[in-house]
Design a protein around this ligand. Structure first.
Ligand code: PLP
Length: 449
């Protein structure tokens, strides 16, 4: 084992990685990136089909973003957003507000998506308390939704395997409702919203603070809602005085072919959480955007402030990078690039379904897809528990590595591949992606046979 892998094994605690994979001599060590490609320590070129982790919108290797970070560090490396402020966080907030739909005008910065989700939950509670609506504290999230891993965010996350070891530490104010899996017609979508309404009524609307949902949900594999779902969800939340948060940590900043998913689905949520793509991951930054209504109520209340904060919220370097990234994305037409090529990717993804008998379903939109596997479509046979365990226990990861590809084997409720290429990809890279994903599926089919 090379020294670098040995040092990783001895000194780094990996995130969500089994010891066997971490200790493997095959552990990928990436040393450089350019556009949609990564290079490992042996000089092997790998296609980044996951944008790092749904975040490198503008692609790798942008020296201009590095230069902005360096300049900001030299000028003013740090100040908080507590009582004082510096220009980059103001500029970033103004730019994000300009891009966000409707009157989502006010930005609270943190450093990750989990913190963004926790901030949204606290902001909702703070809002209701400011209105004298002290009884509202519960949060409603959807089955299989991933909203982060810190204890507050994990309480809202609805992925059983991630929660199980920590159950005694989790907050019990969260209720789960159905997601939109296999809801394809408008009527089916409205039924799923009715389930949310029923949950609000069952709990008592006077106890419910917030409904949180991703426009297209990642957990359970790129669940695209049917037409009418989001406007109806907006209507139901308004009817019962519940705030609505769109978690756009993945969806936001172009992933679906618009700056925000909420825009595509025709709603203005009260709160919108973001992270990842806001800086194209060149610096850690997250946040929650709030409407005038939310912020004005809090400002006018005896509390007169959002009772929440963190040292690095609005960090000058991260926010300067966000401004540079968003300006570059705008000037270079990165979102327009997704719009121009999304049908091409959709066709290539559909081809995978049509070509391979082990593909159960392909779901997604924009540059965001999930490929769900099964035993045989022709025979109507699902994967056995042993087959799923084998594929998810390392075989899929091996096939992905052999295809010189960076995508993810996803076990949240099914056996899936998660695909989310950088938003700068054109036809060539998307074809390359589809070819490499096909290799992975072919190997999975051979392994199953
Ligand atoms: N919300 C959603 C929808 C996410 O996909 C994620 C992470 O993938 C999070 C929240 C948590 O973000 P982070 O990993 O930055 O804490």
């Amino acid at each position: 084992m090379s020294d670098i892998r040995d040092a990783a094994r001895r000194h780094l605690i990996p995130h969500f990685t089994k010891a066997e994979a971490w200790q493997s001599p095959q552990l990928p060590v990436y040393v450089r990136g350019d556009g949609a490609y990564l290079w490992d320590d042996a000089g092997r070129q790998v296609l980044d089909g996951l944008s790092g982790l749904f975040c490198v919108q503008i692609g790798h290797g942008r020296a201009d973003l590095g230069a902005v970070a360096a300049k900001q560090m030299e000028t003013l490396a740090f100040t908080t957003n507590w009582g004082v402020v510096s220009p980059p966080s103001i500029e970033a907030a103004a730019l994000i507000a300009e891009l966000a739909p409707g009157d989502l005008e006010h930005v609270f910065f943190v450093s990750s998506g989990s913190e963004a989700v926790e901030s949204a939950a606290k902001l909702a509670r703070n809002y209701h308390v400011a209105r004298g609506d002290e009884g509202r504290y519960k949060v409603i999230s959807r089955e299989w939704a991933y909203h982060g891993t810190t204890l507050g965010a994990l309480s809202i996350t609805a992925v059983p395997r991630l929660r199980a070891p920590f159950l005694p530490m989790l907050w019990d104010g969260v209720r789960n409702v159905p997601n939109t899996l296999h809801a394809t017609t408008k009527e089916q979508g409205l039924e799923r919203v009715r389930a949310i309404e029923e949950k609000i009524l069952e709990e008592g609307p006077e106890t419910v603070a917030l409904v949180i949902a991703e426009p297209v949900q990642n957990g359970r594999g790129a669940l695209v809602p049917p037409d009418g779902y989001w406007p109806e969800l907006r209507r139901i939340c308004d009817k019962y005085g519940v705030l609505l948060c769109a978690d756009e940590v993945i969806n936001g900043f172009g992933r679906l072919g618009a700056w925000f998913g909420s825009e595509l689905f025709g709603v203005v949520p009260d709160l919108l959480t973001f992270a990842k793509g806001v800086t194209s991951a060149y610096a850690p930054l997250g946040g929650v955007i709030a409407t005038n209504k939310v912020v004005d109520e809090i400002a006018a209340s005896p509390l007169a402030s959002f009772v929440h904060g963190s040292t690095f919220g609005g960090h000058p370097v991260a926010t300067a990078v966000a401004v540079a990234n968003l300006m570059a994305m705008r000037e270079e037409g990165v979102v327009e690039n997704v719009v121009a090529h999304k049908d091409h990717l959709a066709n290539r993804m559909r081809d995978l379904h049509d070509t391979y008998d082990v593909v159960k379903e392909v779901r997604g939109m924009g540059y965001f897809y999930a490929v769900e596997l099964m035993g045989s479509r022709a025979a109507g046979r699902d994967l056995t528990a042993d087959e799923s365990a084998g594929l998810l226990g390392g075989e899929l990861t091996r096939f992905i590595r052999e295809a010189a590809l960076h995508i993810r084997a996803d076990d949240r409720g099914a056996t899936m591949l998660a695909i989310a290429p950088p938003l700068i990809c054109g036809t060539d890279e998307l074809d390359d992606l589809a070819t490499r994903v096909a290799q992975v599926i072919e190997k999975a089919a051979a392994w199953l046979a």
